[in-house]
Design a protein around this ligand. Structure first.
Ligand code: NAD
Length: 496
């Protein structure tokens, strides 16, 4: 799947039925910190190759589903060890193709491995069939694999959001066709290659490209489950494509997560201020589950803004992803940079005040890459696009609110509901949290700092359908199959 062409350039090929498959057409992946540098090349998989990958997965499923859970766990554990051994190489590739600083890339591997380990630890009991003897006879409940899973991942956490699908899908006895995002295809392909080396041919297949390949994966009748992470607009196309053959689906989509600071929040708590700043600008703000709008009780608003700027100027150091002093790297791609710039400019045109945050460590690098200086946006209307839309980049609006009822309403009127956070005295914060429409709400922290892979993660409303992480994620890759053995075979109300 990945071939080290020389020290600098990676060439990725599609991987179908245990073989690298050549493609006539290839695309270059540039380094967002230095777009003239090509990090690697990846193929545009044709429709025919996508079909081939799906057919290989369907053929492999026939034997793979018969393997024991213990065998699958053993293979996955070997893959985990291999990923761990290759961690530095993967992290460097991820930083170069994505733009996230090294510590952040290490963090992505850390979370990925934590999840894969957890899935291995839990799969045995989660997939254990249950046999119940009862007054009507006996019932066997088994967790059967679904079949061929199309796993489609986005660019912001390409490894974590691929392994989040690969591990439970394979442990549950399914086969998979993975399609990473064309904005970050290389490191995900490298990790998939490592995992695939431990599994039989056809169990993991990897294809590349964008919507054209995605449409084949989400409409082909042989695919029985779609595991998708990406934008809400894309999910709407996927739901339509999948409707013809009624596929099982897990959809992890966009968000417009709010952070709510209650009157009881201590603005002098420097660690808390650091946590909120990190939660706004980690991975240059390109995370589904970070605070994208901050509401602060009016009584502490002015002081909050002052302390926030202080904390941001300390923590945000924009620079080379390979410099250990850098906390914020470039935006991953030009398209996303322009989306964020457009929202900030629009806010400015509507009268908002835009405050640049942090220090630029290397102005020359900053000018050459897809860099954006993080910004704080003040004085917005609650319904301005920068407040209600997902910016997915390094900018955040901070708005005052007057009472809990108002802020709960503002939170819940969003079409999204992925995560949220409430900050202040714990019992006050939990009381507000209970009234929020979200998949996860964190108290006095936000974003990945509050993520726990042992519990289900996902969104409500247009932020998604279903959950990843947690024990139940493993079961979402199964169909419950009930085998009933009734004691009384003839029903009393049916006439003789
Ligand atoms: P995207 O929707 O543009 O692309 C995601 C994937 O879908 C890519 O692999 C892309 O090639 C593929 N795709 C595009 N069109 C397709 C189609 N018609 N059919 C099938 N596949 C298609 O999203 P993105 O820009 O890569 O990622 C950013 C979005 O992902 C944000 O909205 C973010 O909030 C969301 N996200 C959500 C979560 C979560 O857990 N809820 C996590 C990370 C990112």
């Amino acid at each position: 799947m990945t071939i080290q062409a020389d020290q600098e350039t990676i060439i990725v090929e599609a991987f179908i039925n245990g073989q690298n498959v050549k493609s006539l057409s290839q695309l270059a992946k540039e380094n967002p910190a230095n777009p003239t540098e090509i990090v690697g090349y990846f193929p545009v998989t044709t429709k025919e190759q996508a079909v081939e990958a799906i057919e290989a997965a369907a053929a492999a499923f026939k034997t793979w589903k018969q393997t024991s859970i213990d065998e699958r766990i053993m293979m996955m554990r070997k893959a985990i060890e291999k990923i761990r051994a290759a961690e530095n190489e993967i992290v460097h590739l991820l930083s170069r193709e994505h733009g996230k600083p090294l510590y952040d890339a290490h963090g992505e591997i850390y979370v990925s491995l934590m999840w894969m380990e957890f899935a291995c630890n839990e799969a045995g009991s989660a997939l254990q069939e249950e046999i119940k003897e009862h007054e009507n006879g006996k019932t066997i409940l088994s967790y059967d694999p679904i079949g061929v899973v199309a796993a489609i991942s986005p660019w912001n956490y390409p490894i974590a959001l691929s392994t989040i699908k690969i591990a439970p899908a394979l442990l549950a006895g399914n086969t998979i066709v993975l399609k990473p995002s064309p904005y970050a295809p290389l490191a995900a392909a490298k990790v998939a290659e490592i995992i695939a080396s431990e599994f039989p041919a056809g169990v993991i297949n990897v294809v590349h490209g964008d919507a054209d390949v995605g449409v084949e994966l989400t409409s082909n009748p042989l695919v029985t489950k779609i595991a998708f992470t990406g934008g809400t607009a894309t999910a709407k196309h996927i739901i339509k494509a999948a409707s013809e053959t009624i596929k099982d689906m897990t959809l992890e989509l966009g968000g417009n997560d709010a952070a709510i600071f209650l009157e009881s929040f201590d603005v002098h708590d420097e660690r808390a201020m650091r946590r909120i700043v990190i939660s706004n600008f980690l991975t240059a703000g390109q995370i589904c589950m970070i605070a994208k709008r901050v509401y602060v009780h009016r009584s502490i608003y002015d002081e909050f803004v002052e302390k926030y700027i202080e904390a941001a100027n300390r923590w945000i150091r924009i620079g080379d992803p390979f410099d250990s002093n850098t906390t914020v790297g470039p935006v991953n791609n030009l398209k996303q940079k322009n989306v964020v710039l457009g929202l900030v400019e629009d806010a400015q045109n509507r009268g908002a005040k835009v405050i640049p945050l942090g220090q630029i460590l290397d102005q020359k690098l900053f000018d050459q890459g897809y860099y954006l200086q993080p910004t704080l946006v003040l004085g917005c209307d609650v319904h301005d696009p920068i407040v209600v839309e997902e910016q997915f980049g390094p900018t955040v609006p901070i708005l005052p609110f007057d009472d809990e009822e108002q802020v709960i309403h503002l939170h819940n009127e969003s079409i999204y509901g992925l995560t949220s956070s409430v900050w202040g005295k714990e019992e006050d914060a939990i009381s507000v949290a209970r009234q929020l429409e979200a998949g996860t709400t964190m108290i006095n922290t936000a974003a990945v700092q509050g993520l726990d892979v042992r519990f289900p993660f996902g969104g409500v409303k247009q932020s998604g359908i279903g959950r990843e992480y947690g024990v139940e994620c493993i079961r979402t890759y199964t169909e419950k199959h009930v085998i009933n053995v009734p004691k009384t075979l003839d029903l009393p109300y049916i006439p003789e």
